[in-house]
Design a protein around this ligand. Structure first.
Ligand code: 9UX
Length: 72
């Protein structure tokens, strides 16, 4: 079944930053939906845990240049 996780993202200062992270998450195989909010500095990601893991989601965020911390 589909899981939803929230990830804290540190270092985003503009909507271009949050858009970059959001598009990177949306491009991952196994991600069904991803929203990144600049105001709360959080991502909400709906994903299939049979295809992609929390750790892979975090690594993709860090590859865009921001720090990722799993919230839930
Ligand atoms: Mo613009 Mo956001 O360089 O880091 S994309 S502030």
């Amino acid at each position: 079944s589909i899981q939803v996780c929230r990830i804290r993202i540190n270092g985003m200062t503009c909507t271009s930053c949050s858009s970059t992270v959001e598009k990177a998450l949306q491009a991952i195989r196994g991600v069904l939906k991803a929203q990144v909010a600049l105001a709360t500095e959080e991502a909400e990601v709906h994903f299939d845990p049979k295809i992609v893991s929390h750790n892979e989601l975090m690594k993709e965020i860090e590859d865009t240049g921001f720090e990722a911390i799993l919230v839930s």
